[in-house]
Design a protein around this ligand. Structure first.
Ligand SMILES: [Zn+2]
Length: 430
């Protein structure tokens, strides 16, 4: 039986990026409310997540950047003016009340998800508050401050020889790609809108990785207006080939919901079912899986999408009629889980364009003649017998203990002290 762990901090939805800012953490509360009202919590283990420490964050980020994030507040920001541009904090990534606490929560949840997968305490871990894929080693970017994905992948690398990262956000997963650009231990695969200066501007098909990581970064640049049929027609064969050629031992899936039609910032035309079909397809490979959120700026549709995807992960069918909940007014006038999504964008992806992208990606994958030869060492069995602490109670609970029990196995593949040994780039040496 598949065990699903779901991480939710009841405080995470209370943070505000500021008036008019499109990123609204409240979408996580909306999602959680639907998850409860559909009764999905009864089918999984709920955890109030661990909060990441500065030390956890510095496994990827530079000490000075994290020191800055932990110190700056709206009250003292005038003392930090020269650092704001250095760390790209201020506009897209504003200093808001509790900003660092927010980072600790979403990062801790992804990290704990990774730790539970490592310890075989679950088969699939879900953190809808995570997936902040743009954050860089030395700077904030695209509403992201701390890159919870990179930090979770570093934890997975303690036990897993090959980690596959898949990103279905409309934006390129640049922060994760950059961190692992030089290594074959992580393959990053990003499907995104590319061109016309669309943020962040990277993710061309020709970015394939470098050095030992050559051909381990996969980019699928798509055009405005892509629909379910077109998207799945590239997504499924590419992921199938990636699985075949790379043979990952664990998968991290970033489910940014800004690739849905009618997103406030997006220009794709996926339906919630189409988006969910990607999740279902990835799940069908039966590998340990870390499911994360990401972008998504039309709150009601983000909540619908991630609730539906929670059900997909659980293998549960849920009604199209949204059950009564404290946020019901958000889901009118139809009160449906799968409302008709109105096409705002013409689909510019021609058959020829998509076939061309697909065959280029396939050619690159064939360059991976065999899976890389990272060997696993035996993990002492006593490290795997962590106490099983789940509670069937739907109330989220504090599971800090689990992270206190996080252990440093003696088969670590990278040396934490050496992670930050490169002065002038954001690449990780793993
Ligand atoms: Zn995005």
């Amino acid at each position: 039986m598949t065990t699903i762990a779901y991480f939710y901090d009841p405080e995470v939805g209370n943070f505000h990026y500021g008036p008019g800012h499109p990123m609204k953490p409240h979408r996580i509360s909306l999602t959680h409310s639907l998850v409860l009202r559909y009764g999905l919590h009864k089918k999984m283990k709920l955890y109030r997540p661990y909060q990441a420490t500065e030390r956890d964050m510095c496994r990827f980020h530079s000490d000075d950047y994290i020191q800055f994030l932990s110190s700056v507040t709206p009250q003292n920001v005038q003392n930090y003016t020269k650092y704001l541009s250095l760390y790209n904090v201020g506009e897209d990534c504003p200093v808001f009340d509790g900003m660092f606490d927010f980072c600790k929560m979403y990062t801790g949840a992804s990290l704990e998800g990774a730790a539970k997968l490592n310890n075989n305490q679950c088969d699939i871990a879900i953190n809808w508050s995570g997936g902040l894929h743009h954050a860089k080693k030395y700077e904030a970017s695209g509403f992201c401050y701390v890159n919870d994905i990179v930090i979770a992948i570093l934890e997975l690398l303690k036990y897993h020889p090959r980690v596959l990262y898949i990103d279905i956000d409309i934006h390129h997963g640049d922060g994760v790609q950059e961190a692992f650009y030089l290594t074959d231990r992580v393959m990053t695969v990003s499907f995104h809108k590319y061109g016309q200066y669309f943020f962040p501007g990277t993710g061309d098909m020709y970015e394939v990785g470098a050095e030992s990581g050559r051909y381990y970064s996969v980019n699928v640049p798509l055009l405005t207006g892509i629909d379910d049929t077109n998207y799945l027609q590239v997504f499924k064969p590419i992921i199938n080939s990636v699985m075949e050629f790379y043979r990952p031992t664990v998968v991290v899936l970033q489910c940014g919901a800004d690739s849905l039609g009618s997103d406030r910032l997006g220009c794709f035309n996926l339906s919630i079912k189409g988006h969910g079909e990607c999740v279902e397809y990835v799940k069908s490979f039966n590998l340990p899986l870390l499911v994360l959120g990401g972008g998504g700026y039309t709150k009601r549709n983000v909540a619908r999408c991630w609730t539906y995807e929670t059900a997909v992960v659980l293998g549960e069918q849920i009604s199209n009629e949204i059950p009564y909940n404290e946020y019901l007014e958000y889901f009118g006038p139809d009160f449906l889980l799968h409302p008709e999504i109105f096409t705002k964008q013409e689909n510019l992806n021609t058959r020829q364009y998509l076939d061309n992208i697909k065959s280029s990606v396939m050619e690159n994958l064939k360059m991976l003649t065999a899976a890389p030869s990272v060997q696993m060492q035996d993990i002492p069995s006593d490290l795997l017998s962590l106490e099983n602490t789940e509670e069937p109670d739907p109330d989220v609970r504090n599971s800090t203990d689990d992270l206190d029990k996080r252990i440093e196995p003696n088969n670590e593949f990278y040396d934490g002290d050496k992670d930050n040994d490169k002065e002038n780039d954001g690449y990780l040496d793993v």
